[in-house]
Design a protein around this ligand. Structure first.
Ligand SMILES: Nc1nc2c(ncn2[C@@H]2O[C@H](COP(=O)(O)OP(=O)(O)O)[C@@H](O)[C@H]2O)c(=O)[nH]1
Ligand SMILES: [Mg+2]
Ligand SMILES: [Zn+2]
Length: 333
């Protein structure tokens, strides 16, 4: 039938067009891949991410504007990556290296979204004003424990207190020091300065956390006197403009070390955890776990609870146990 023959011819033509198109796409992909083959893959560190655009720092400290291959996951600030210059002054990130850890925050759909990777220190800032909330401090410490990152407490604004008041304030934090979280008294405006903290930051990749008003922004400014210059270099390298400072950014400290600053994550709250996760988040509970009479003890009203018994005997701090129970009731799924 003429009609049918015609339609077969049409189909044939369409097939041929599609084949040519596929071939062209393949050629183009091959040529891109070939051009990448000619350049050595290089190590890099993601300094800031803005959507699909990354600022990647090479081993020599130079910054490169990179885009990522679609299939390699989502590199974030602090990630180590493999990248290749792509000829037009930008680069292509071709692989995401293993992540030691990542600090995440739930996005609006409730899914955990990594914000910063490969941290080595979480610095929790407290101050006489606003008065410290042990409940919030313990949440930051739980976050640190769960991602396996060391934590310390920064006792800020010490210039506001006389010697006796300062001793009293630090005494209120002594139970943290006792379970292995160092406490660093500092001031950005007077004595005792920042020495105790900068010693701890040397060689680390740190992030500051703490409730609003405790002095985090002031501290970031004091620790990064050249922050504006670093931001300028970043926006020049990426062409992304200065609005990138709202994204998590990995700054270089004047001495050896890095500070990841993320205004959006500075005062995050924990969300849904399992009881086991919460228990793991309280390092002072760990020697007691498994010692309660009931295997599924929730450390509340149950008889024979090792946690409550330890608290009654002063072996662990009752404020910590109270916060644990409070978090259990508000967070545990
Ligand atoms: N006296 C004193 N005030 C400070 C110090 N650090 C910050 N502040 C003040 O505390 C207030 C809140 O500081 P800010 O850095 O904005 O806190 P953030 O909300 O944690 O970022 C501001 O008025 C600062 O000037 C300090 O070391 N000593
Ligand atoms: Mg601030
Ligand atoms: Zn118990």
């Amino acid at each position: 039938m003429p009609r049918r023959r015609l339609s077969e011819r049409q189909l044939e033509r369409i097939r041929a067009i599609q084949e040519r198109r596929r071939q062209r796409l393949e050629d183009r992909r091959d040529s891109v891949l070939e051009s990448l083959d000619e350049v050595e893959p290089r190590d890099g560190l993601v300094v800031v991410r803005h959507g699909a655009n990354l600022a990647v720092e090479d081993d020599a400290g130079a910054l490169h504007h990179c885009v990522t291959r679609r299939n390699i996951g989502h590199p974030v600030c602090g990630d180590r990556v493999i990248w290749q210059p792509s000829g037009d002054g930008t680069g292509v990130v071709t692989a995401l290296q293993h992540r030691d850890n990542a600090l995440s925050r739930p996005d609006f759909s409730g899914r955990d979204k990594p914000l910063a990777a490969n941290l080595s220190l979480l610095a929790v800032v407290v101050a006489p004003q606003p008065p410290p909330s042990g409940y919030l401090v313990d949440q930051y410490l739980v976050a640190a424990e769960l991602i396996g990152v060391r934590a310390l407490l920064v006792a800020g604004k010490m210039d506001l207190l006389d010697d006796a008041e300062q001793a009293g304030f630090l005494d209120g934090l002594a139970h943290y020091q006792a379970i292995g979280y160092p406490v660093c008294p500092i001031s950005t405006k007077g004595q005792p300065g920042l020495g105790a903290l900068t010693d701890h930051l040397t060689g680390q990749t740190a992030i500051l956390l703490g409730q609003s008003g405790v002095g985090k922004s002031s501290l970031v400014q004091a620790l990064l006197p050249d922050q504006a210059i670093q931001v300028g270099r970043l926006s020049k390298a990426t062409g992304l403009g200065r609005h990138t400072t709202s994204a998590a950014t990995c700054y270089r400290l004047p001495d050896d070390g890095r500070l990841i600053d993320s205004p959006g994550v500075r005062s995050f709250r924990l969300t849904g955890l399992s009881l086991t996760q919460l228990e793991r988040g309280f390092r002072d509970l760990s020697p007691l776990l498994g010692r309660c009479r009931f295997r599924d003890c929730r450390h509340g009203e149950e008889p024979g609870c090792a946690v409550r018994k330890a608290a009654e005997h002063g072996l662990i701090d009752t404020r910590r146990v109270d916060n644990f129970l409070h978090l259990r009731d508000s967070l545990v799924r």
